[in-house]
Ligand binder design. Structure first.
Ligand SMILES: *Cc1c(COP(=O)(O)O)cnc(C)c1O
Length: 331
């Protein structure tokens, strides 16, 4: 986490610097002693009790974020991408707020299950999932498994012994102009199958022909730190058109469309964030247009924000000596 500001932790009574509301968790204040408090708890007390550095998570911020997503997207399934941060407490907290959980390893799945999250509300994704992981997830009754490659179709086909809902991850080839390391929605990279090619066709056909695999829809994840909501609109247009092709070619109606995560959050004071109201409008308009053009019934949309839920909630408390004084750093 970025260390942005240095704050005196001592009861100096000096005028305190302003806390930037774009990066600190909501409910961060100075108390009457000049100490920073998050959710009513002084970071000095946390540092005294647990030592430093310590990660402090503002729960109110997480609740607020979950509620904001649900309010902006009332008809959309909001699935928390656990790789942003996963502990049992976090898993329980977001599940209580009505979110699903998106896990990308057996370890994350085990944490979510041990927190009591209903497996039907869990989505497993990840590239190159080993057989044992697929078997574990299917056996645990995970709601949906996102298939990433043709190899995974056969592995999962061999791992299941009861019906399993799956999504197929496609790369809609949208360049979000991010850093190459975070552009995952373009072709020729390790995640997902191309929108159109023979391998994709074979994957779709093999899943549809499998007696236990039930193809429910498509999944995509365009990248990280995406500021421009238009990219999601474009993903909707391309993927709904692709869903209509599947209906035409195989007579199978796909009803789910998972748009992944990647919603930009502020890392530094003054950074912009992805505007959720704009995103909601753009996705809605794109769905209307794409469904009308393809005469296709509106799919259920899912979104998988990770950082969008937890990034701002996290603070690193770090004490160090500076010119003979003890300082407490946040963030
Ligand atoms: C990383 C990831 C996310 C979440 O990304 P954020 O940038 O944290 O929102 C969602 N879905 C998938 C498939 C991911 O790999």
């Amino acid at each position: 986490m970025t260390l942005l500001e240095i704050f005196p932790s001592l009861r100096s009574g000096r005028v305190s610097p302003r806390l930037d509301t774009t990066v600190w968790p909501c409910r961060t204040h100075y108390d009457e002693l000049g100490r920073i408090t998050v959710d009513g708890v002084a970071l000095d007390d946390v540092a005294d009790r647990y030592g430093t550095p310590t990660y402090v998570i503002g729960e109110t911020e997480i609740h607020t974020r979950c509620r904001s997503y649900r309010a902006h997207f009332p008809d959309t399934e909001i699935v928390y991408a656990a790789k942003a941060l996963l502990t049992r407490t976090i898993a329980g907290l977001v599940a209580d707020e009505g979110l699903g959980i998106d896990v990308c390893s057996a370890g994350e799945l085990a944490i979510a299950l041990s927190a009591g999250v209903d497996p039907r509300r869990i989505i497993l994704h990840g590239s190159g999932k080993p057989f044992a992981e697929l078997e574990y997830a299917a056996g645990a009754g995970v709601g949906r498994i996102v298939i990433d490659s043709l190899t995974e179709v056969s592995l999962l086909g061999a791992a299941v012994d009861r019906p399993q809902h799956v999504l197929l991850r496609l790369t809609p080839d949208i360049d979000v102009h991010g850093h190459p390391a975070v552009r995952t929605g373009v072709g020729d990279q390790k995640f997902g199958l191309a929108l159109h090619d023979e391998t994709t066709e074979e994957a779709i056909r093999t899943i549809i022909d499998h007696p236990l695999l039930d193809l429910r829809g498509f999944h995509c994840h365009l990248g990280s730190q995406i500021y421009d909501p238009d990219h999601y609109g474009e993903a909707v247009r391309r993927l709904v058109a692709r869903m209509a092709e599947v209906r035409h070619d195989y007579g199978v109606l796909l009803t789910q469309l998972d748009l992944g995560g990647g919603h930009a959050v502020a890392y530094r004071a003054g950074d912009a964030e992805l505007n959720l109201s704009e995103l909601a409008d753009i996705v809605d308009d794109a769905l209307d247009a794409a469904c009308a053009r393809n005469r296709f019934p509106r799919p259920v949309i899912a979104m998988e924000p990770g950082r969008g839920i937890v990034a701002r909630a996290g603070v690193t408390a770090d004490r160090h000596r500076h010119r003979g004084r003890t300082l407490l750093r946040g963030r």
